[in-house]
Every structure is written in C-alpha cells, then in structure tokens.
Design a protein. Structure first.
Length: 332
C-alpha cells in the first residue's frame, strides 16, 4: 500500500514531533516544545510552522514534488470525521473545542485530517508495526496514562463521542479506593500508570517501618527514586519495594487486558508507551496476570511489544491519507 506524501504531526503535552511520510517511509523528523500553556492558537501556529519546515526540508532534498496532506495525531478526544477536539484534559490550555482541520487548513492551505494521538499510535502499529497484517488488534499505550485503540478490518473503533479506547478507566480491584486522574476512583490507571506505580512505591516506603528494612546508620543508601525512570532503575537493581510496585501495576493492567481480550478477542494485543520499555520486572507479571484471565476460547492470545516507538503516531497520522484523496478515512 502506498501513502500519499504527507506531513505527519504528533501533538503531545510537552513536544510536537513532525515528519514527512512518503511511500510509507518516515523522514525529516523535527521535534519542538509544545507551547502547552499559551493557548490553542499558539499550539496551532507551532504545528503549522513545523509542518512548513518539514515540507521545505523534504522538498529541498528532492523528496517530493506532489501535493502535500497533513495528518495529525493529538492529545485529547478528537472526532476523526471533523477534526474537532471534543474534550481534553488541561495538559494543553484551551485545547477542548479546537477545530484542528479548519484552523490548520487556514494556516497551511493544505488538506488536514486529525485523530487522537493514541488512536494514531494504534493505526501506525497496524499499518507498519507489531500488528501489521492482522485483521483485528488492540494497541495499549502504557505510560503517564493508560490508553488504547482497537482496530478491526483496518478501521479504528472510535465509538460514541469518539471516546473509545479509554482502557485505563476500567475498574480494577487492585486500585480500589485510589483516585484516578479522570476524577473517578478505582480505575486501573490509578495503580498501573507510571505515576501511579511511583505513588505505590511512595506509599510502600512510607508504610514500611519494619526494622530489617531500615538502612544501617553507617550505610549510605541510594537516593529515593523521584520519578518513574529512576524507580525502574531501582527495580532493575533489585530494590524489593520498587519491584513490588511495578509488579502490582503490571498485574492490575494484565488482568484488565485479559478481561478486554475476552470481550474483543483481537488477533494481537500490542503494548507500547514508556512502561513497555521495562524489563521482565514488569513484563513477566503483566503476561502472567493477562493469561490468568483468559477463558478457554481466548487462551493463547498474543501479547507483544510495540515496534515503532514514538514514530507509531506519525506513521498512523500519515495513514489517515492512505485511501483515495478527498475521501475520509472510514471509522465506525
Ligand atoms: Zn479513571
């Protein structure tokens, strides 16, 4: 399958990445900070600027002389049919209600399509990554939050209000009583996301007053991990409470995904996001808890690591243009 010459843009809360995708190949990738607190107009201006830079650099190197399209994967719940941000968290100030298609078309003079960034991630892995060649797949992005996208017969399930895929917000017994970033309580994201795993560790060290775990007075203990990356390093080094924190999060997520696999029965479940970069400290309990939930009819469902990393959202955003020009990517 051949892609139209497209500028793909991934709009996150901290950075905007963009690159050209021609014949399925990503090139001329640029990354700039997101003016996250400056309002939607500033973000749109930055997207238009980086897209123009990518086009100029690609054309300057003889990469394309055809008509350009823009495909956007962006934070927030986005209606793929209109390109409007239906709702959004406050990670981008004033983002909800932004009409990405109209605003970016006006700034660039180019045709624009837009989807949610995790949905773009799912499309990218389906198009050219770990789930390529399958008829149905579930992409799970496990990192700062837990999101997902389900694809059947090449089409993204967007659901009512384009809100399908909020995998982090299924109830989890392991998260009972824990506050979730969505405003609810007891959702799996509240125990399984990167920040939630760090919070578990902080609860464990605060609670752990057993004499055997106290450092000897003359020892020089390592500093307490201050973020998920440092906690991952501590877990890899064998810190038992760090290992336990990742284990609790991974088991909760694995159970939730097993339940979802029983509903959707995808050919493959692809795990991306920052947590997927963890070693077996995280993967082993994830796989065990996942397998334990599967019914005989879904047993053996493959759970695999994503392949495209942060390029997945760009490949997926470009794939919004992989059909005939002028026709909307079908969603259902
Ligand atoms: Zn929630």
């Amino acid at each position: 399958m051949t892609l139209t010459a497209a500028v793909a843009v991934d709009v996150g809360g901290t950075k905007i990445r963009a690159g050209s995708v021609i014949d399925g190949r990503l090139a001329h990738v640029r990354s700039v900070p997101t003016p996250a607190t400056a309002g939607a107009q500033a973000v749109l201006d930055t997207i238009a600027e980086v897209a123009a830079t990518v086009i100029a650099e690609t054309s300057g190197s003889g990469g394309a002389d055809s008509a350009w399209r823009i495909g956007v994967g962006a934070a927030g719940v986005i209606d793929p049919a209109t390109g409007v941000v239906v709702s959004a968290t406050d990670s981008l100030t004033g983002w909800a209600g932004t009409d990405l298609v109209s605003e970016l078309s006006a700034r660039t003079g180019l045709h624009v399509r837009a989807v949610n960034d995790v949905h773009a991630h799912a499309l990218g892995e389906s198009f050219a990554g770990a789930s390529r060649g399958t008829r149905s797949s579930l992409l799970v992005a496990a990192g700062t939050g837990i999101g997902g996208g389900f694809i059947a017969d090449g089409r993204l399930l967007t659901g009512r209000n384009s809100a399908a895929g909020h995998i982090g917000h299924v109830p989890s017994a392991a998260a009972a009583g824990l506050d979730c970033p969505c405003g609810g309580t007891g959702h799996v994201e509240a125990i399984a996301s990167g920040p939630a795993i760090l919070a578990t560790y902080q609860r464990l060290i605060g609670r752990d007053d057993s004499p055997t775990s106290a450092p000897a007075p003359e020892s020089n203990p390592a500093p307490v991990p201050a973020n998920t990356r440092e906690l991952a390093a501590a877990a890899s080094a064998g810190d038992p409470l760090a290992v336990r924190s990742f284990d609790m999060g991974a088991r909760a997520l694995g159970s939730a995904l097993g339940g979802i696999a029983n509903i959707l029965s995808p050919e493959v479940i692809v795990i991306g996001g920052g947590l997927a970069e963890m070693d077996e400290t995280w993967w082993t309990p994830l796989r065990a808890a996942f397998a334990a939930e599967l019914i005989p009819a879904t047993a053996g469902a493959p759970l695999v690591k994503a392949e495209l990393g942060q390029d997945a959202a760009l490949i997926g955003a470009a794939s919004l243009w992989d059909d005939e020009p002028g026709r909307k990517k079908e969603t259902h």
